[in-house]
Design a protein around this ligand. Structure first.
Ligand code: TMP
Length: 205
């Protein structure tokens, strides 16, 4: 079983690809569960509501809430699933904190790794798909998706999405053996095919 995460800016198509990969693996008989962060358990979902309600200016407070949600998520959903041999496919994980609270809001990365290790533990994704998209396309997509829940994280200028993208690409360079960058400006089926192929390479190693 594997712990797979999807990362990228809002509007990059993570949710669609999470669901396509899950269907693909289930149709091949692999047991898998889909989840997301912040969220995934009742307590983490409550913390998510707090985080999305209004912007928490202090990144330490925001990261502490995210870490508490992540601990609950790992303890009650991710770890028990992996122990039962179920693959976990998660929409966002610690990389999002490194980019949004760390690289974007200036929280010290060593401090974040330290807290993450102490509060959350050593669990790392087996593979991370970074859906990469130009900020101009992201803005266009966010404006088009009328039935999507728009929160303060979304209501940001192009420059914000640009620095989030750069942050993720930096992480992809640093953790190149784990993070696979996928060009998200392609038809959905092509993106999915690329993801299925990369996943099958993981299972062959
Ligand atoms: P979502 O729209 O992908 O569900 O996520 C909500 C927002 O939460 C998204 O804009 C990114 C933000 N976020 C962080 O700032 N740090 C984190 O660690 C995570 C998981 C999400």
């Amino acid at each position: 079983m594997y712990f797979i995460t999807f990362e990228g800016c809002d509007g990059s198509g993570k949710t669609t690809q999470v669901s396509l990969l899950t269907n693909h693996l289930q149709s091949r008989g692999l047991k898998c569960v889909t989840t997301k962060e912040p969220g995934g358990t009742p307590l983490a979902q409550e913390i998510r509501s707090l985080l999305l309600k209004s912007e928490i200016k202090d990144p330490i407070t925001e990261f502490a809430l995210l870490s508490a949600a992540r601990r609950d998520h790992i303890t009650n959903l991710i770890q028990p699933s992996l122990v039962q041999g179920i693959t976990v496919i998660c929409d966002r994980f610690f990389d999002s904190s490194l980019v949004y609270q760390g690289l974007k809001k200036g929280l010290d990365l060593d401090f974040m790794f330290d807290i993450h290790k102490k509060v959350v533990g050593a669990l790392e994704p087996s593979l991370t798909f970074l859906l990469d998209l130009a900020p101009e396309i992201i803005i266009e997509r966010l404006q088009r998706s009328a039935n999507r829940e728009i929160n303060h994280y979304d209501a940001q200028p192009v420059s914000f999405h640009k620095s989030i993208r750069e942050g993720f690409l930096l992480l992809a360079e640093k953790f190149s053996s784990r993070i696979v960058v996928i060009n998200a400006d392609q038809p959905i089926e092509n993106i999915a095919k690329e993801i299925f192929e990369k996943f099958s390479m993981l299972t062959k190693t």
